[in-house]
Design a binder for this molecule. Sequence first.
Ligand SMILES: Cc1cc2nc3c(=O)[nH]c(=O)nc-3n(C[C@H](O)[C@H](O)[C@H](O)COP(=O)(O)OP(=O)(O)OC[C@H]3O[C@@H](n4cnc5c(N)ncnc54)[C@H](O)[C@@H]3O)c2cc1C
Length: 736
Amino acid sequence: MATLNSDLVVLEPHRPPAPWSGDAGALAEALKNNVSGEVRFDAGSRALYATDGSNYRQVPIGVVIPRSIEDVVATVATCRSFGAPLLSRGGGTSLAGQSCNVAVVMDWSKYVNQILEINEQEHFARVRPGVVLDHLRAATKPHHLTYGPDPSTHAWCTLGGMIGNNSCGTHSQMAGKTVDNLEELDILTYEGLRMRVGWMTQEDLAAKAKEPGRVGEIFRGLQQIQVRYAGQIRERYPNIPRRVSGYNLDQLIPDSSGRFNLARALVGSEGTLVTVLEAKLRLVHDPAFRSLLVLGYPDIYAAADAVPDLLYSAPIALEAIDHLLFENMRKKHLHEDYLGLLPKGKGWLLVQFGGESREESKAKADELMQKLQSQPNPPDMKLYPDDADAKHIWTIRESGLGATAFVPGEPVTWEGWEDSAVAPEKLGGYLRDLCKLYEKFGYIGALYGHFGTGCVHTRISFDLFTPRGVDHYRKFIEEAADLVVSYGGSLSGEHGDGQSRAELLPKMFGTELVGAFREFKELWDPQWKMNPGKVVDPYRIDENRRLMDEAERWDPKTHFHFPDDEHSFKRATLRCVGVGKCRRTIGQEPGDDTMCPSFLVTHEEKHTTRGRAHLLFELLKGEELEPKWRDEHVKEALDLCLACKGCKGDCPVNVDVATYKAEFLSHYWDGRLRPRHAYAFGWIDKWARLASVWPGAVNLATQTPGLAYVAKVAAGVAPQRDIPQFAPRTFKSWFL
Ligand SMILES: Cc1cc2nc3c(=O)[nH]c(=O)nc-3n(C[C@H](O)[C@H](O)[C@H](O)COP(=O)(O)OP(=O)(O)OC[C@H]3O[C@@H](n4cnc5c(N)ncnc54)[C@H](O)[C@@H]3O)c2cc1C
C-alpha cells in the first residue's frame, strides 16, 4: 500500500446552510405572476424532484419550468426578493447529490434547449443550457465536428449539467473535459448581475477591477485569489487528466500567453456560483472512421498496468471492464449476446482508434496488435471490423452502472466512491490498494471505467440501511479519500463533489485552498443562495440520505409478489437509481429502446419511468405524499403509462412500471366506481360475446351518426374515434 499522508486532515466542523423560512405560498404566487413558464409548488412536483442519480434526497421548495431566458431572469429575481435558495437542473443525472436541494428548482430541460449557432469555420457552437448533448452532436455531425466530452448519459444529459459538473467521458482521451472545451458563458448571479465571461488578459482583469459596484468587487476579488493562492494552486492541484473535484481555481492562473478563461473557472461549480444562460462551446474534428480493438488480460490489475504503454499508440478512447461486471451482466441477462464477443480474459481494455478512412483507423489498431504480439505474455486480442459488433461492445461498457446495481443473488451496490482518479501510470497500484480496502471493510464492487485517463468506476456494496452500516460506509470513504490523495489523485474524476465528496475536499486540497473556494463562492454568491450546502461548507456525506429512516417507510400488502425485490413492493420502489435512460429523446430508431413512450410526447419528468418510480418511493415515504393508495399525484403520473413493459426490458435496473401501475390502480379503485371506459374496455370480451349474438343491431347502434355519438359517450370513447364494426358471423361459426 502507498504511504498515506502522515498529517491526515481532520475534517472541519459542520456548517450547515441556514434553512429557508420564507412563505412558499407567496413565493409561488409571485413566480406565477412573473414567469410565463410553469410554476409547480404542489406536493407531487416537489416529491418528483426530491432526488437525482445519487443516494441523497432533499425536497425542493418548488419547481419552475422556464419557457425562456426572460423566465429564468424573472425566476432568479423573484427568488431573490424572497431570499429563496436556487438550484438549476438539466437531466438530473448527477450521482453525487448536486442536483437536489431545499431550493427552488429550475428545470431547463423542457423548453430552454435551443442550439443557437454552429460555426463550421471557427469550430464553435452556442447553446442554451437545456440542450441534450446528443442533439448537439447530431447537429454538428454533418460538419464533421463534434463536442468532445461524452458522458455515458450523452443521449439525455444536458449541456448545462455538463458545464455544472465538468463532465466528460470515453473520449476525454481525445478531447479532455468540459472545462477544456468551453470558450464563453453568459451568466447571471443571484443578485441579478448578467455578464458574458471568457478569455481575458491580466490587463482586462485590472480594467474590470476598476469598475464601480459589484462588477469591480468581483474582479478585485479574483485578483486577490490569483495573488494569494497561485502558489498553493500550483502545488496542490493534482496534475492528472481527471481532476474534477474542487472549484477550477487553476483556470484563474494565466497561461503562457498571459491569458486565462473566467468561464472555465466557473465550470464544475455545480450550480453553486452562478446560473448559466448560454454557452459557447469548442467543437473538435470528428474522426470519420473508428476501429475498436479489445485486449483481454488475466485480471483488471494487469489491464491497468498495461495502460501507460498503450497510451503511446494515441488511442482516442481507452476504457476498461472487469470480470465482475461481466458476471453481473450474465446474471442479469443484460446484453448477454454481446458478452461472447469479448476476447478471453478477466480484465479487458477497449482501445479505439480514429482515422479519416477505415484503413487508417484499422492500420493503427493493427500496428498496436503487432507490437503487443511481439512482447512476452501478450493479451488475447480481438479487432471488430464490423461496426455493429463494436457498437455492442460499447453498449457493454456504457451499461456499467446499471449492470452493477441490483444483481440477482448479490448485495445491492451504491454510488459514493464511484469515480476517483489517479495518474494513469499509478492506476495498477491504486486499484490493488483500493481492493485491499474493500476486503478490509467487507465490500465488493466491480471495477471499470476510463483507465486511459486514470478514472475508476465502481459501485460498492455499502450497507446504507442501518446506522452501523452508514458508520462503516463513512469510515471507508474517509480511508479511500486518504488513499487516493496519497496517490496524488482526485476524489472525483468525473461526477463531481456534490454532497458525496465535498466534505472530504480539505483532505485533497488542504484547508487553505478550501478557504479559497469559500472566498470564490462568496464573490459570486455573497448571500449563499446558489445550491447551498454543496461543494463549500457542505452537508455531511451521511446526512440527507435517501435511505434515512427506510425502516419507517410504509410496507403495504400487495397483490403482486415482487420476487426479484425480496417479495416487497417497498423494496421495488428503491430499484430506480436515477440513471435517466427513460429521458432519452434521440436515437429512437427501429430496434432501439422503447422506453419511455409517454415521456417522448410530454417531456415531463413525471412521465418517465424514473419519475413514476420516484413518486411511488415518495408515496411509501409518506412525507410529501400521504401514504395511501388514493394519491392523485401518483395516479396522474401513472395514467399515461401505456403498460408497454418497455421499461422492464430497457431500464438498466429493470424498473417495471406496468406492474407497479397495476398494483397501484387496483388499490386506487378498490371499492370505487371506475370511469366508464374502464368498464367498456376492461370487459370488452364480455361485450364482444354479447354483440356477436346480434351484430347487425349492435353495428346499427355504433355506426349510425347520432346513435354512434351516444354509444361513444356511454363507453367513454373520444367522439373523433370510430367504433369498429362486428362481423356478421363469428370466426368460430365460420370455421366450424
Ligand atoms: C448511468 C450514469 C452514467 C454517467 N456517466 C457519466 C460519464 O461518463 N461522465 C460524466 O462526466 N458523468 C457521468 N454521469 C453523471 C452525469 O450524467 C453527468 O455529469 C451529466 O453531464 C449531468 O448532466 P445533467 O443534465 O443530468 O445535469 P444535472 O444533474 O441536472 O445538473 C448537474 C449540475 O449542473 C448544474 N446546472 C445545470 N444547469 C445549470 C445552469 N443552467 N446553470 C448553472 N448550473 C447548472 C446543476 O445545478 C447541477 O449541480 C453519469 C451518470 C449516470 C446516472
